[in-house]
Design a protein around this ligand. Structure first.
Ligand SMILES: NC(=O)c1ccc[n+]([C@@H]2O[C@H](COP(=O)([O-])OP(=O)(O)OC[C@H]3O[C@@H](n4cnc5c(N)ncnc54)[C@H](O)[C@@H]3O)[C@@H](O)[C@H]2O)c1
Ligand SMILES: O=P(O)(O)OC[C@H]1O[C@H](O[C@H]2[C@H](O)[C@@H](O)[C@@H](O)O[C@@H]2CO)[C@H](O)[C@@H](O)[C@@H]1O
Ligand SMILES: [Mn+2]
Length: 441
């Protein structure tokens, strides 16, 4: 098995140490020759990198090289895979994405509604620059992007790089949900075969089977309806916000029993409830700043000062394992099935061909080969079409520097609807994002 050279972009991320543990856990599946960290913020990257040096020395001694840099050439030259996990504007801007809509009585969420719009307008420019840099130094590398909002980033990258077939956008949410299904069924997530359709953070499982073809969907539905639904991935197991989110799956399934919903549909189906439960002074960004970010910084510091992993709680999570398994299936032509984001091109036959849809695909060394979904029912189709138009108008607004298209995008969003309210939120977001948004004329 050829060993891979991997570059992590945005290596100062709160997810990096978890990703390192996933690379350790999956080293037989995705063996590495080198890992390179790249981040534009040297100060944020350094402690994560120094902690990773300790971690890799103890847990991945066979790795030939680890380095970290802010130099693009050093970052990308020789890379076989590039994982991208940046956050333009940082968690500080995420907090505003959540607070500004809430202060206008609308869902405040980083990837859904106006928060997702603002995050998207910030992410696109940096993502385009990253792809151009990667292609300059590593023309054949596979880019796995999970930078959010993945739906908007995927739409923008498809337009900017139409010929580039080695960019794949991925989300871990379907996999995190499947971890809970696996727990219900008493098996492992990778034993399950999903059937799923939708847009990123906007989709449904239509069927879950085992590898022998037994349909397990009703077992899962009955368990959720009778026993509720809880997160099971280590990363989110004890997190009150995620526990509440998974609880809402039961409500969604009672109201719309046909399919098993992605957790993110709660923001579109129950926007009033989502606004009511929020504390504007303690939105999710604040919880992450005081929670995951602090925890990771403390862990990094402790690994560095101990100069050993002994006595440290280091666990692989589904976020990292999923990305690594996706990469392995591409690298070694494993032809395994994972849910990824791809151009529709008739996969969902009654949705536009140019939509970026989230569906199961067989992952080969030539990229994803998505399975046909066929026609989807009117309810889901209607919801998706509205959301898709919002996402595409957001990207139109970015490329055309258009205030009008941005206003249309936000007016279409199910979490807003009212045009004067959309205008007010848009003006507030533009004001707060002066350093990031393109000029919208
Ligand atoms: N797709 C998914 O399902 C999924 C799952 C988890 C996280 N994410 C995404 O992963 C990203 C990281 O999340 P986080 O909470 O750890 O954020 P974070 O702010 O902790 O980390 C992001 C890092 O990216 C760096 N960065 C910012 N702009 C950059 C650029 N242009 N080039 C290089 N580095 C840059 C920052 O300095 C920072 O170190 C976010 O986009 C988040 O939404 C996606
Ligand atoms: O609010 P956050 O920052 O905790 O989470 C936002 C991300 O939520 C999803 O990812 C989950 C993932 O599903 C779970 O398995 C675990 O690894 O935690 C992740 C983050 O907590 C979502 O898919 C991402 O797009 C969001 O960035
Ligand atoms: Mn996601």
């Amino acid at each position: 098995m050829k060993k891979q050279n991997l570059t992590i972009v945005g290596a100062g991320s709160t997810y990096t140490i978890g990703m390192m543990m996933s690379l350790v856990a999956e080293k037989e599946v995705f063996p590495l020759k080198s890992i390179t960290f790249y981040d534009t913020d040297a100060k944020r990257q350094e402690p994560v990198a120094k902690a990773t040096e300790v971690l890799l020395r103890d847990k991945y001694p066979e790795l030939e090289e680890f380095c970290y840099t802010t130099d693009k050439k050093e970052a990308y030259q020789g890379a076989d895979f590039v994982f991208v996990q940046i956050r333009t504007g940082g968690l500080k801007m995420r907090e505003l994405d959540e607070k500004i809509p809430l202060s206008n009585g609308v869902v405040g969420q980083e990837t859904c509604g106006p928060g997702g719009f603002a995050y998207g307008m910030r992410s696109i420019k940096d993502m385009i620059e990253i792809i151009n840099d990667v292609r300059k130094y590593a023309p054949d590398a596979w880019v796995l992007n999970y930078t959010n909002p993945a739906a908007i980033v995927a739409e923008a990258l498809k337009r900017e790089f139409p010929e580039d077939k080695k960019i794949l956008n991925i989300c871990d949410m379907p996999a995190a949900i499947m971890v809970s299904y696996a727990k219900i069924l008493g098996c492992e997530i990778f034993d399950l075969v999903p059937e799923y359709f939708g847009l990123n953070h906007f989709g449904w499982f239509t069927k879950i089977s085992d590898k022998q073809g037994n349909d397990l969907t009703d077992k899962i539905k009955n368990s959720i309806l009778n026993q509720g639904f809880i997160p099971k991935d280590a990363e989110i197991l004890n997190d009150p916000s995620w526990i509440q989110t998974f609880k809402q799956v039961e409500v969604m399934l009672r109201d719309f029993p046909q399919y098993l919903p992605n957790t993110y549909l709660q923001y579109y189906l129950y926007p009033s409830k989502m606004v009511e439960k929020e504390d504007i002074e303690n939105t999710r960004a604040r919880q992450v700043i005081n929670g995951r970010e602090k925890r990771v910084q403390k862990l990094a510091k402790s690994l560095i000062s101990a100069n050993s992993t002994e006595g440290h709680e280091l666990e692989a999570d589904i976020h990292g394992r999923y990305m690594v398994r996706v990469a392995a299936s591409i690298a070694y032509n494993n032809k395994e099935t994972y849910i990824v984001i791809v151009p529709n091109n008739g996969i969902i036959s009654n949705l536009p061909k140019d939509a970026m849809v989230e569906v199961p695909a067989q992952l080969t060394n030539e990229g994803p080969k998505a399975f046909s979904v066929g026609e989807i029912p009117r309810f889901q189709k209607g919801l998706i079409e509205g959301q898709l138009a919002y996402e595409q108008l957001t990207v139109d607004a970015y490329f055309e520097n258009s205030y009008q298209l941005a206003l249309e995008a936000l007016t279409l969003n199910r979490t807003i609807v009212d045009a004067p309210l959309a205008r007010k939120i848009l003006d507030d977001l533009i004001e707060a994002n002066k350093d990031y948004f393109p000029v919208l004329k």
